[in-house]
Design a protein around this ligand. Structure first.
Ligand code: GUN
Length: 291
């Protein structure tokens, strides 16, 4: 049987529709309009595209949003002062500082300057801690999106062996913490495999659900997988392609063609996890505004 292609674009649209409806209700019943502030430092082209797409999604949802753009040379203290202003701005419920930041600025200091209640990225140590101990909190968008993709595609992780390849603070570790919780829609047995492993094969082969967050094009191939596995590919890598109009195309961390021969279901790149990140950001902002 051909593998089910998990349509992240469609699922993200479904979530955004729900957020839009709930935003309307919040405005009508409590007079609250969710507000999201973006801070974009420097000229990183990918960051500019991301912030523009996130701003557009805010408009679609009926949110208020503001984008502050600053030159690469901005002093760390000026960036921290801007965050402090947004922390005290009643119209703003979420603050998103687009990463990466220039080298002279400490990303951790910036993350910790954001009021945890407005931390819609879920990166603040207070929110990370709450996630680890299973308290209700703002969860990081991409990891929360991975869970939604599994649930809404009919692949509940409960009781399954989930193997995550990659241990980053923004994907690998939070995905593990989300799926590990003794809660409905989670309750998985979780393994995190990473570059420290002598051989990835025994880990990837034993996965009922494999989540790839490695950052290397095509690193997981079909031969590394168990028949019937569900594969969520978080990777977005540019590979040269002279036939493409901009000279490159986007591929995931999973070798799609070989994986689709053994998997029960898998996400494409693009159109899998990518659109979910923005949808979950909208959901987090609505949650922050709802108090
Ligand atoms: N840069 C790449 N992904 C993200 C993200 O999810 N949030 C922020 N703030 N920056 C990013």
């Amino acid at each position: 049987m051909p593998a089910q292609i998990i349509d992240g674009k469609k699922i993200a649209e479904e979530i955004k529709r729900e957020v839009k409806d709930q935003t309307k209700k919040l405005r009508e019943t409590k007079g609250i309009i969710p507000g999201l502030a973006f801070i974009l430092v420097g000229e990183n082209p990918a960051s500019q595209v991301y912030v523009r797409s996130k701003g557009k999604a805010c408009d679609e949802m009926g949110f208020y949003s503001v984008t502050e753009r600053r030159a690469t040379e901005i002093a760390e203290k000026d960036l921290l002062a801007m965050i402090d202003e947004f922390n005290h701005d009643a119209k703003i419920h979420g603050i998103l500082v687009q990463l990466p930041l220039p080298k002279h600025i400490s990303e951790q200091k910036v993350i910790e300057a954001i009021d945890p209640r407005k931390d819609v990225d879920g990166f603040h140590p207070m929110n990370v801690g709450k996630l680890v101990i299973g308290e209700e909190t703002l969860k990081p968008c991409t990891p929360a999106g991975v869970q939604e993709l599994l649930l809404r595609s009919g692949n509940n992780p409960a009781g399954k062996h989930v193997v995550i390849v990659g241990r980053s603070n923004i994907v690998g570790k939070p995905v593990a913490n989300i799926l590990l919780q003794k809660q409905a829609g989670a309750n998985a047995v979780v393994t995190i495999a990473h570059t420290g492993a002598k051989d990835l094969l025994p880990y990837t082969k034993s996965a009922d659900i494999l989540i790839a967050a490695i950052g290397k094009a095509g690193a997981v191939t079909g031969e590394m997988l168990k028949e019937g596995v569900v594969v969520i590919d978080v990777g977005i890598n540019r590979v040269e392609d002279s036939s493409a109009k901009n000279g490159y195309r986007l591929v995931g961390d999973v070798h799609f063609e070989s994986a689709s021969k053994v998997a029960k279901a898998l996400t494409p790149v693009p159109g899998g996890v990518g659109p979910m990140t923005i949808a979950m950001l909208m959901k987090n902002t609505l949650k922050a505004a709802s108090g």
